[in-house]
Design a protein. Structure first.
Length: 267
């Protein structure tokens, strides 16, 4: 029998102030974990989620879901926005297979009573999903991808190259909030800001703009925790020196922070 993982000490993040840059409605999970471990979560959304600009096209696509063999949900937000609309208009077709990019999206689907979900193993991104055997032969299949406006094209392009017919259902937009960075600047100046959590390249670029010329030197030196190498690559382009790539999900990111700060204490 595999031994249970040792839980982190309750004060594993004591004295650490950590900026959470997710959209406000997606911050509660990781903020709660940080607080439970003795840390302080500073909410500074670098993305805001708003409705799609073309609701009529989205509704029309939902009305003909019976024409598709597979529906892919790119994010928890895509699940929440799309499934809420679907519930109002119709039932999910019984023959429609459902796939999700990551465990967060799968968790949201289960909340909508969708239990049979294709999910990547180990790597929670488009590349991971494409590696599943179910996606090796999709010739002639009709696939709808629920996502935000302007999302990555890699998944759709790869499936189209394998012979699938692809349509996008864009059910939300990501915009840069009009946030006030003064609290962050004051915390940096007092030495009270110890880490930043960023979960998308778009959020990182927005954060870089939102902190302005005064905040960028501090941003470049503050430990930045990200769940994917793609975000780390953008951080490097922006001159951010201290980037830690963690496992995906709230628990994965918090575990990465615990290990980082524990190693600092041992130095």
């Amino acid at each position: 029998m595999k031994a249970a993982a040792t839980p982190p000490p309750a004060a594993a993040l004591a004295g650490r102030s950590i900026v959470v840059t997710r959209p406000r409605e997606q911050s509660a999970g990781i903020a709660g974990l940080i607080k439970a471990l003795g840390g302080r979560a500073m909410l500074f959304p670098a993305l805001e989620i708003v409705d799609s600009g073309n609701r009529s096209a989205l509704n029309a696509l939902i009305d003909r879901l019976d024409q598709f063999d597979l529906a892919i949900f790119i994010s928890p937000t895509a699940v929440n926005r799309a499934m809420s609309l679907i519930r109002v208009r119709r039932r999910l077709p019984g023959a429609l297979r459902i796939a999700a990019i990551g465990e967060g999206s799968a968790r949201e689907l289960r909340r909508f009573e969708v239990d049979q979900i294709l999910l990547p193993e180990g790597r929670f991104d488009s590349e991971g999903l494409l590696g599943l055997s179910e996606f090796a032969d999709v010739g002639g299949k009709s696939i709808v991808i629920f996502r935000g406006e302007g999302g990555r094209e890699l998944l759709g392009d790869a499936l189209a190259a394998r012979g699938a017919r692809i349509e996008y259902a864009e059910c939300y937009r990501r915009v840069r909030p009009h946030g006030d960075s003064q609290e962050l600047l004051r915390a940096w100046a007092r030495g009270e800001l110890h880490a930043i959590v960023v979960t998308s390249t778009e959020g990182l670029r927005n954060l870089f703009e939102m902190v302005g010329t005064l905040g960028r030197p501090w941003l470049r030196k503050t430990p930045l925790f990200v769940p994917h190498e793609r975000i780390a690559a953008v951080a490097g382009e922006l001159g951010i020196a201290n980037v830690v790539v963690t496992e995906p999900g709230d628990e994965g990111m918090v575990t990465g922070m615990i290990r980082f700060f524990a190693a600092q204490r041992l130095e």
